[in-house]
Design a protein around this ligand. Structure first.
Ligand code: OAD
Length: 245
């Protein structure tokens, strides 16, 4: 039987004209991708972001940073989207204006069938030149990692946003525009602490949207959201989609 929260959200979705979904690492947790801030299993419980996810760390020790991302990419090779990703892809198919904004770099939304994805923190599957920023799809590794750009010889790096770097400009402007105009905003599986992505649900709320948080834990958004659902997204979202059929 559907929960009261699932029924409430299904009713909101039916009435909405413009739906925005913001996702974070929690939406991929049920696929087996480690989150960042979970106390036991989160990546930042085991590694220091300043050693692995900053431009300074890459300048200091490019090999360690490259190898860490290689390890994270290797985890993803085995991993598949979960029912939460598929439910979000189904939402996009409804006849309404829709935007999916993600902080995730794992590419699982696309595998699940989502089409228009605003990737705020890049994509771990893409590699760019650390100087020219062009996307490089093949290279040969001669000597130590990271490999070198075939055009200019600079180190290659993952196309992700590191701490201290700006978000890609156009995607963030697009995300802000959707947050400002939508009437229903779902924040799914994000700790809502990393700026500027964390500002989006608050912006939507200020602009009059109904804001829903789906998260197993408390976040800074919890006391502001209109509906808070303390369930796993891979369990809760499919139950909502069932009610829309
Ligand atoms: P976090 O690890 O900070 O937060 C994940 C959130 O998902 C937490 O609030 C968990 O309680 C929640 N969660 C875990 N499992 C869940 C499930 N099955 N269903 C629903 N919620 C669940 O990850 P993000 O918020 O994505 O940035 O982190 C934001 C950014 O910080 C990342 O993009 C990354 C990181 O440092 C960069 O690397 C730039």
């Amino acid at each position: 039987m559907a929960s009261i929260a699932a029924e409430a959200l299904a009713a909101r979705i039916k009435a909405a004209h413009h739906i925005v979904v913001l996702t974070g690492a929690g939406v991929s947790a049920e696929s087996g991708v480690p989150t960042f801030r979970d106390r036991q299993t989160g990546l930042w419980a085991k590694y220091r972001p300043e050693d692995l996810a900053t431009p300074e760390a890459f300048r200091r020790d490019p090999e360690t940073v490259w190898r860490w991302y290689e390890w994270r990419r290797s985890i993803l090779e085995e991993i598949k989207p979960n029912p939460g990703h598929f439910a979000i892809a189904e939402l996009e198919a409804l006849p309404r204006e829709f935007a999916l904004i993600t902080q995730n770099v794992d590419g699982l939304h696309a595998v699940a069938g989502s089409r228009n994805i605003i990737e705020l923190h890049g994509n771990i599957g893409r590699t760019i030149c650390s100087v020219e920023r062009c996307v490089v799809s093949s290279w040969t590794l001669a000597g130590s990692a990271p490999p070198k750009c075939p055009n200019c010889g600079a180190h290659l790096r993952p196309d992700v946003v590191w701490f201290g770097e700006s978000l890609p400009e156009r995607p963030f402007i697009e995300a802000q525009d959707h947050a400002d105009r939508c009437d229903l905003f779902l924040s799914v599986g994000t700790s809502t602490v990393v700026q500027p992505a964390a500002s989006l649900p608050f912006m939507a709320k200020r602009s009059g949207a109904f804001v829903v948080e789906i998260n197993v834990d408390l976040t800074p958004l919890s006391h502001v959201a209109d509906l808070v659902v303390r369930e796993k997204s891979g369990f809760f979202l499919p139950s909502v989609l069932e009610l829309l059929k």
